[in-house]
Ligand binder design. Sequence first.
Ligand code: SF4
Length: 313
Amino acid sequence: MNPIRYEPIRPKTVLNPVKAASMPFDWSINPYRGCQHGCSFCYARSTHAFIGETADDAFRNHVFWKQDAPDVLRGQLKKMAGRLPPYVAVGTATDPYQQLEGKARLTRGCLEALAEYGVPASITTRSPLVLRDLDLLQLMPGSTVNISIHTLDPDIWRTFEPSTPAPRLRLDTVRKLNEAGIQAGVFIAPILPYISDDESSIEALLAECAKVRAAFVMPSFLRLSTSEVKSWFFQTLRQHYPHLTETYGRLYWGSGYVPDSYKQPMRERIRRQLAASGLSAHEPVGKGNRENQGNRTSNPPEPSIGPVQLTLF
Ligand code: SF4
């Protein structure tokens, strides 16, 4: 892999409105563009193309950071006095606790700004670095943390997530956050058909979620929504699971979503497993509804299927 390049950019805004009605939040913050974690399934890979970068490994090794993001955010929040958002989703596109955050502290700075204005955050990450900011989160009532974990299998993990912290560390993060009074749950995201979807693997992951007292568990299936994302994912698949290339070709032919023929029975099975595990798969969603505040997987959720507790599934 090429050495990582970090490049500052000067953002005009940091708090951005989310226009898509299907998204369970109205406002989001992403202090970074690109993500050093470099997951093969990352849907945000295509966003690199928006800034003239290639969507291949440049997404992982050319990371842009938003200079003065906390101050830009403060300026925006000041102008929004009287109509502040009920909460803000942090890390909707790229991981706000990727490696650079350890030094750059942009996410921490943004949380400080939100705390000053009394706006809670819903954070999504694959990194235990979020624990560094526990002190701030405790000053932000109503804030939640969603830890994404797609498998416990060490080979599958490293194949598809070349540089994320170990799943066990992430589970421990969920435990510590909940013990510290911050509502934290697990996004099982994304479930990879015929790779990480077998009954025993899901059962083992749910058992671990129960052990760390995850406040909720939200599963979602792999989505390959753009040609850039699809082509990068297939590259990994061809290299490590060549026998599945044709199967995935059929599953994702002409669509970013798995077909109902795969999804429905799988969903029913996982629903039963969730019920048996005693975990809550509540809907942490609802624009303008602070009781059901929005969260998001690193791979975005599929459209609602009806029952409240599995709306994101
Ligand atoms: S899925 Fe999340 S952690 Fe992985 S590369 Fe994308 S933004 Fe980073």
